[in-house]
Design a protein around this ligand. Sequence first.
Ligand code: PGA
Length: 245
Amino acid sequence: MRHNLVIANWKLNGSIKLINSFANEWNSLTTANVQVVVCPPAIYLSAAKEQHPQMVLGAQVCSAYQEGAYTGELSAAMLHDVGAHYVLVGHSERRALFGETDEVVASKIAAAQQAKLIPVLCVGETASERSASLTEKVILQQLEKGLLQADLHRLVIAYEPVWAIGTGETASPQQAQEIHALIRGWVAQQDAAVAETIQLLYGGSVKPANAGELFQQKDIDGGLIGGASLDVEQFKAICTAAQER
Ligand code: PGA
C-alpha cells in the first residue's frame, strides 16, 4: 500500500511565523496514512529543524555540484545537514526561469540521492505543448532524461502541468489520472516492483475544493501544493482530503 504524500512548496514566500503555525498544527496535518513535507525557503530549514523536530522538511532546489567555487549554490549534503529530507528537482519555474535543462535535472537528482535526500522530480507540459498533442512525448522525455542515473527506489515524481501552476486552472481528475498512469507505466517498464510503491503526486492549483476528487484517482498518491500551502487552514483541508483517499 502506498502512503499519501502532501508536499507544501512555499516558493519565495513564508516566514518563521508560518513555520510556527505549521508546527502547531502538525499533528492534525499528518496521520497514519498521510505524510506531510514542508519546503520553505532553505534559509528557514535550520530553525525549523531545531525548533520543531516533528516537522518533515524539504528544500526547493539544490546544486548539481557537491562543493567548490559555485557562488550562491547550496549543496544537497548541506541541505541534508540542516534538516531537509526531500528536495524538489526540475520544478517548471526552475526550468523556465532559471534555465534548468533535463541534463541539469539529471545531475541534481544524482547529487540529491548521493546526499541521501529524496528527490521529487517535477514534470509537466506547457499549454502549447498540450494543444499540439505533445503532452505524452514531453512527459516521457522529461522522465527518460531526468532519471538517466537515478535510483528509482528513492524517488517521488510530481506531475505538474505548467498551465495549471498558480493559474487557478486545474487539470481535470481524468486528465491528471491519464498522465499519472502514463508515468506509472513508464516506471513499470524500468522496474515493475517500484511502480507499485512509488508515490506520484499531482500539482497545479490544488485547493480544498478540488483535492478530494484528484486524490481519489487510482494513480494519484497526493499533491504538491503551492499557493494553498501558504494558509495552514487551506493546507489542512487538503491533507484531510488525502486522509479520506
Ligand atoms: P500552485 O503551485 O499550487 O500554486 O499551482 C504548485 C507548484 O508550483 O508546485
